[in-house]
Design a protein around this ligand. Structure first.
Ligand code: FES
Length: 494
């Protein structure tokens, strides 16, 4: 019997990104039917895949851990109680399969006995047909015992360690690891599902479970009505799957689908990776996190609303509580001047957003080129981390050009992406004559020449106005259509 895997599971077993697998499907290397891949076909394309060997599964985790700076492997164990429920569910499944197998063995035995009887009693011509049927049956049974149709132990192992969730109607899939709730796992997978408080009080994350079993892992104050419970509704911030799930829940794909939120937060840390650049870390309350898409920006208010400014988010939307901003020193701007001189850890800060449409869709069709200048790196970093979480892109180039005193203040992070991700290329650049537009154009054109064929790619450009003008001019001369460009001015517009 054929074994089938969803794309997300097949990617995990092969130790590649979902984007790479989808590219192989698209170009016809790997057949797929209704979003499912036959194990036999996967093994032909990735012969080193071992379904029973978790080492291939860990490879992608290691890449993500290196790229996002999180210890994914350590938190991948489920709670003992959840694990026990999953093992019990798996045991029931095996019992059912065993009963079916015994039933089919009985049917086969009866069939063989009937064929033997026919062989003894029928005419010579009919006997040859009977013998042919027997031979075919033996050959097919032998083929099954060879192992080509044997159950894939790894598939069962993965469903215990990391059940899969499929969202309807979008058909997005993700795995739930460790003690994660469905909401946490969706966010880690880069998916913006609907939610509010994250701790079981607002009811915003309520969704209908179409199939599968969940277990409550967090207490919640929001009470579902008896009718909702009967229909299979549950709070996604409070439950973890016991088995694979299908859930009815929309995924936000565009900025318009995410409401503007207003949050009182606190400054968690202020870092100075360079003399003229500041990294501001802000923590929201646990019950009021910021839902956003990678690349968006917010309005920040300090000093009881006396000082305001716009800043791009520099972190992945998968971490909706620990917000990060990069600010370049600008003495003429009261907001940045306040941040550099007066802001202290623990200060109150009001966050309003998200704003802007400098975002990435979840269906990435072309290789991505990111062009950043100075702290234009902030929204680009957020986008790259979002793409890594979504696990969909197969080729990314990052060109980070610095002209003045800001420099490549997160150079090590970019190099770690270059090392950890198969098709990621980091190309830092410098401009000496910062007042000369020709020097900017030359630096950008030089870096783009190393990327290769300019057409057929999508470009994300973030930086001050002079950089955006230079980049769009160079890309226009190369014939890149405007529809392939996304632009974010730094600082973002008020
Ligand atoms: S997000 Fe508020 S109850 Fe789940």
């Amino acid at each position: 019997m054929d074994q089938w895997l969803s794309v997300i599971r097949a990617a995990r077993f092969a130790g590649v990104t979902r984007g790479e697998l989808q590219a192989r499907i698209k170009c016809g290397d790997l057949p797929s039917f209704d979003g499912m891949i036959r194990v036999e076909d996967l093994l032909k394309v990735y012969p080193t895949t071992r379904l029973e060997d978790e080492r291939t599964l860990e490879r992608l985790d290691r890449i993500k851990a290196a790229a996002l700076g999180t210890d994914i492997v350590r938190r991948s164990l489920p709670e003992p109680e959840v694990l026990a429920r999953r093992l019990s569910a798996l045991g029931h499944r095996f019992n059912r399969v065993q009963q079916q197998a015994e039933h089919y063995a009985g049917v086969l035995e009866a069939l063989e006995s009937h064929l033997r009887h026919l062989e003894r009693t029928c005419s010579e011509a009919a006997c040859s047909v009977v013998r042919d049927i027997k031979l075919r049956m033996q050959s097919m049974l032998h083929h099954e015992q060879d192992g080509s149709g044997a159950p894939a132990e790894g598939v069962s192992w993965l469903s215990v360690m990391a059940p899969q969730v499929r969202l309807l109607p979008s058909n997005h899939e993700f795995l739930v690891e460790g003690t994660d709730t469905v909401l946490q796992a969706a966010l880690r997978a880069g998916l913006s599902i609907r939610y509010g408080c994250s701790d079981g009080h607002c009811g915003e994350c309520k969704a209908r479970i179409v199939s599968g079993e969940v277990r409550e892992v967090h207490p919640h104050g929001y009470e579902l009505s008896a009718a909702e419970k009967a229909q299979g509704h549950a709070l996604m911030c409070a439950v973890s799957p016991v088995t694979d799930l299908v859930v009815e829940m929309d995924v936000a794909r565009t900025p318009e689908q995410i409401p503007v939120q207003s949050i009182d937060a606190r400054v968690r840390a202020i870092e100075h990776p360079g003399a003229h650049v500041l990294v501001l870390r802000v923590r929201t309350p646990g019950t009021h996190r910021l839902r956003f898409l990678g690349g968006q920006y917010v309005r920040l208010s300090l000093d009881g609303g006396q000082v305001r400014g716009m800043a791009s988010l520099a972190n992945c939307p998968c971490d909706d509580r620990n917000l990060v901003f990069h600010l370049a020193e600008d003495r003429d701007d009261p907001f940045t001047a306040h941040c550099f001189k007066r802001l202290r850890e623990g200060d109150e800060i009001h966050v309003e957003g998200p704003l802007g449409d400098f975002v990435i869709g979840d269906e990435i069709e072309r290789p991505l080129v990111f062009l950043a200048c100075d702290t234009g790196f902030a929204p680009i970093k957020s986008l790259i981390e979002h793409v890594i979480a979504l696990d969909v892109a197969h080729t990314m180039d990052l060109i980070w050009v610095s002209g003045g005193s800001v420099g490549h203040y997160e150079d090590n992070l970019c190099r770690s992406w270059d090392d950890a991700l198969d098709d990621f290329h980091y190309r830092p650049g410098r401009v000496g004559a910062v007042g000369d537009p020709g020097a900017w154009r030359a630096a950008i054109a030089g870096s783009l020449a190393r990327v290769g064929d300019a057409l057929g790619r999508d470009y994300y450009i973030a930086g001050p106005t002079h950089f955006i003008e230079a980049a769009t001019d160079v890309l226009g001369r190369l014939g890149v259509p405007e529809a392939h460009l996304r632009i974010q001015r730094i600082p973002p517009p008020a």
